[in-house]
Write a protein that binds this ligand. Structure first.
Ligand code: BG6
Length: 285
């Protein structure tokens, strides 16, 4: 893999659990991405605190989902619903992706391209650019002869100082599925989303930019997206987090997931030969 390293910007290493990862260090940012799942686990613009939350108790070994960073969810979101067996949130996050290319842009971003080989479903490509902003692009092409229905998401875990102080704007007046209340459909009023208990909301039919406001750290995380009509907001809160073997003690207070997705009513159906691209651009302001 060393042939794709970039001097003074990108190198590859194997973590103690045996997983290969790319480590990015440039004047713009420090970052890490695992080949398993094409999973970004760190992105820290120069001089800032880490933007992504990583659980200190996360598994980081072959075939295990990583708790934190940005899991890529594909080809289904949540439990599989077509009657066949399969892991929660699809298999992309625990599959080994192939690194296709690495490059340093003229403006200093490190850009990587990964491929998820076709299996029971068509394959996918991920392009990710690490700089002052983090830009991700997931492209799915239906190279089969029949229509292909799928869900996808960038399941981003954002690091926050204290969940009780955080609000998320951008989802005003959307309808959401409340997974904590028997999947009831509810109208979210003209106010920011705040977590005061377990929160698991799948907001439908929204392509809006979301902003995570963190007054304690005096920062805002902006999540701009295209090709995405759902946004999920999730925090497990104390009881659920305590039952999760891969979440560090009380660390649920330091995270909020705001996920750029296409799920439930917004699942995508691709005609043979058609392509769909989901993008998210994340920046601090
Ligand atoms: C969220 C879902 O996207 O992910 C939640 O809406 C789920 O229902 C959460 O609990 C975490 O999922 P997992 O499979 O990573 O534990």
């Amino acid at each position: 893999m060393d042939q794709s390293a970039i001097p003074n910007a990108l190198h590859f290493e194997t973590n103690p659990g045996g997983l290969a990862r790319a480590v990015i260090s440039t004047p713009l940012a420090e970052a890490e991405i695992y080949l398993q799942g094409a999973h970004v686990t760190q992105w820290t613009p120069k001089g800032k605190k880490p933007v992504l939350f990583m659980s200190s108790a996360s598994a980081l070994g072959p075939g295990k989902a990583i708790r934190g960073g940005i899991p890529i969810i594909f080809p289904w979101f949540g439990p599989r619903s077509d009657g066949k067996a399969g892991p929660a949130h699809g298999y992309a996050r625990t599959s080994l992706w192939t690194l296709e290319s690495t490059r340093l842009s003229t403006s200093g971003e490190v850009e990587l391209t990964f491929a998820l080989p076709a299996g029971e479903a068509p394959g996918a490509h991920l392009r990710v650019s690490f700089g002052e902003a983090l830009r991700m692009e997931l492209e799915v092409r239906n190279d089969s002869a029949s229509p292909f229905r799928f869900e996808d998401a960038f399941h981003s875990y954002f690091a926050v100082a204290e969940i009780g102080e955080v609000s998320v704007t951008g989802l005003e007046e959307t309808t959401y599925i409340d997974k904590t209340d028997s999947f009831a459909r509810k109208l979210h009023h003209a106010e920011p989303v705040r977590c005061t208990r377990e929160t698991d909301q799948l907001h439908l039919n929204t392509a809006a930019t979301c902003v995570v406001h963190d007054p304690v750290w005096n920062r805002r995380i902006v999540v701009e997206k295209t090709g995405s009509n759902s946004t999920v907001v999730w925090n497990p809160w104390s009881e659920k987090a305590a039952a999760m073997s891969d979440m560090g003690r009380d660390e649920w207070r330091q995270m909020i997931c705001v996920e750029s997705a296409n799920a439930a009513d917004n699942a995508i159906t691709l005609a043979p030969g058609a392509t769909h691209t989901l993008t998210a651009t994340i920046r601090l302001v």
